[in-house]
Design a protein around this ligand. Structure first.
Ligand code: ZN
Length: 374
């Protein structure tokens, strides 16, 4: 892992030298921000969360109110993967985790080397950068821990279905907490062998204290349907506890939180459960914002990898699904402060988000996620 990281960092230096006008080309990011201004960043990804998924959620569930929409910066992002203006959660997550667009199905790697930019085959993730900077790092999801989005922040493999490879990478990742639904290859033995406390209930989670690494394998069906048949925490409870643990690190933390089931229910055109998942994700955003406001050194960024379900107004004052796959439309980007380089009403590229996060966390430029111009 370390030698890979060194190679990646060495590559990043040459990539940055090679991409001329690096700072100038991002004019949809303001120059009016301070590098290293923030000690902590919480990146929250609503999987499948389009603008219209949120409109439906507000209409049917939250009385017109969403915590994320109260954030001061409201921008939009494209969802492109490598070459094409469409994506899945692996390529979408990878763009948000590494600043590089990869082929659909790829988890933080370029699987087809002839197409890889120069010699990048394994781009560095924000979690790896956080750990390389002595910070704490966490990955929280309502998907299985080996799902495409959490994997993009904690593993490198050519196909999102490689559950065993993903779980093996996660076990040696050094990430302080990896919490989500149970994955086949994760068990008490292999987590313990890699220095992780294995937990599988909210009771276990609440008993955790800062300073030890934990791997949570909760009931995925509870998380998918926002039920609590197996002592399972909500995404809001996971977010609050993860912040409590990670914020004990004096060097700061990076936390990714994914609301995974907006996408899953939108694929099934299950309106009730889609909006329930979106509303629960918004509660987690509210919890993160509450911490950020108290803390004063934490930036919260909320976005999506893509929309799902082609949600459109139904002509009768409501919303309807128009298909069961991923949308190609831009997604929301909400940011908790105006001094982080993000600008309202401006379209950015998904791959710019982790680069800007690296800047405001004050990472050394040689450690920035690699840049690619497509
Ligand atoms: Zn999907």
């Amino acid at each position: 892992m370390l030698s890979v990281l060194k190679k990646i960092i060495a590559f990043s230096v040459s990539a940055i030298l090679a991409v001329c006008g690096f700072m100038g080309m991002t004019n949809n990011i303001s120059d009016d921000y301070e590098e290293g201004k923030y000690k902590n960043v919480i990146l929250m990804i609503g999987d499948g969360m389009s603008f219209n998924n949120l409109e439906a959620t507000k209409l049917y569930r939250t009385d017109g109110y969403l915590a994320m929409e109260k954030m001061p910066v409201k921008a939009t992002s494209d969802i492109d993967s490598y070459i094409i203006p469409a994506t899945d959660s692996a390529a979408g997550g990878t763009a948000l985790a590494t600043g590089l667009r990869v082929w659909i199905n790829s988890v933080a790697v370029y699987p087809f080397l002839p197409y890889a930019p120069d010699d990048i085959s394994v781009p560095v993730t924000l979690c790896e950068l956080a750990k390389a900077n002595d910070m704490a790092a966490g990955v929280v999801t309502t998907d299985e821990t080996s799902g495409a989005t959490p994997s993009s922040f904690s593993a490198h493999t050519i196909a999102r279905g490689n559950e065993k490879d993903i779980s093996n990478d996660q076990l040696v990742s050094g990430i302080d907490l990896i919490w989500g639904g149970a994955s086949e290859s994760i068990n008490e033995e292999n987590t313990a062998a890699n220095g992780y406390t294995y937990i599988d209930s909210e009771t276990d989670m609440n008993a955790l204290t800062a300073g030890s690494k934990s791997f949570a394998q909760f009931s995925f069906s509870d998380m998918k349907y926002c039920t609590n048949n197996h002592d399972t925490p909500t995404i809001e409870e996971m977010t609050s506890k993860a912040i409590e643990i990670l914020s004990a690190d004096e060097d700061g933390f990076f936390l990714m939180v994914e609301g995974a089931c907006i996408d899953k229910h939108a694929h099934d055109n299950d309106m009730d459960n889609m909006i329930l998942s979106a509303a629960e994700f918004d509660k987690a955003v509210a919890a993160a914002l509450e911490f950020a406001e108290k803390d004063g050194e934490t930036l919260v960024v909320v976005t999506a990898d893509h929309g799902t379900g082609g949600m459109q107004p139904d002509g009768k004052g409501g919303y309807k699904f128009t298909h069961g796959s991923h949308d190609m439309t831009d997604v929301p980007v909400y940011v908790s402060a105006e001094d982080a380089g993000f600008i309202s009403d401006v379209q950015i590229k998904n791959r710019q988000i982790p680069v800007q996060i690296a800047r405001v966390l004050g990472f050394d430029k040689s450690q920035f996620p690699a840049q690619k111009t497509n």
